[in-house]
Design a protein around this ligand. Sequence first.
Ligand code: ADP
Ligand code: ADP
Length: 226
Amino acid sequence: MKAIDIKDLVKTYGTSVKALKGVSLSVEEGDFYALLGPNGAGKSTTIGILSSLVNKTQGQVSIFGYDLDTQKVEAKKQIGLVPQEFNFNQFEKVEQIVVNQAGYYGVPRDQAKLRAKKYLSQLDLWDKRHEPARNLSGGMKRRLMIARALMHEPRLLILDEPTAGVDIELRRSMWDFLTEINRQGITIILTTHYLEEAETLCRNIGIINRGELVEDTSMKALLAKL
Ligand code: ADP
Ligand code: ADP
């Protein structure tokens, strides 16, 4: 089963900014896939299209077989998104943020409470559950975004530069957590501009530059070439 299937994806912002120039790639269920590339390459645009935040100009995208054009609601249910920017209400409490998120997906409240406990504990945030989000450190906010993305138990987790600005110790613990949930079966795609991050975590890798996929291979094969 393909978790992600992208064919000939084109995105033009306005009339002239060609952010994606015909990208095709697929990610198998269970994979841990890195999209690597320099700033401005088109990584966030790709992630934005996958998560229905950005409209594509041309091409086909499906998520676990659900076409983004015709089965968008189903496609979106498969996805947990961890965007780069903190986009929760800073005045809301940690537990409330994740429980409400589950609510948007129709998860019953008692089940949402259980999941909140599970994911906040796993991400070392359970002690902070009654704190407003603005009291958390940057690293804690980043983990809160991950907990929130998991609350409807998506099959695919999408992370945009998850460890940007995160110190090395926390980065390691986030890596461990992501590796563990991937081992438990969740498919993961992340964007990064650190080769080391891709190398540590990912089985397969796509390298994107100026809106084109210049490499799409296993991490092993890529490292053998370098
Ligand atoms: P990356 O995530 O790899 O840094 P992006 O997908 O953010 O790359 O950007 C790809 C290109 O599209 C860049 O040239 C960027 O300036 C442009 N771009 C991104 N978002 C917008 C937008 N909303 N409007 C216009 N141009 C944009
Ligand atoms: P949305 O309705 O889009 O979910 P939110 O209510 O989550 O928006 O808030 C959007 C942004 O505004 C967040 O970054 C949050 O920190 C900020 N914000 C929310 N409430 C207030 C407030 N009372 N005063 C200042 N900023 C706020």
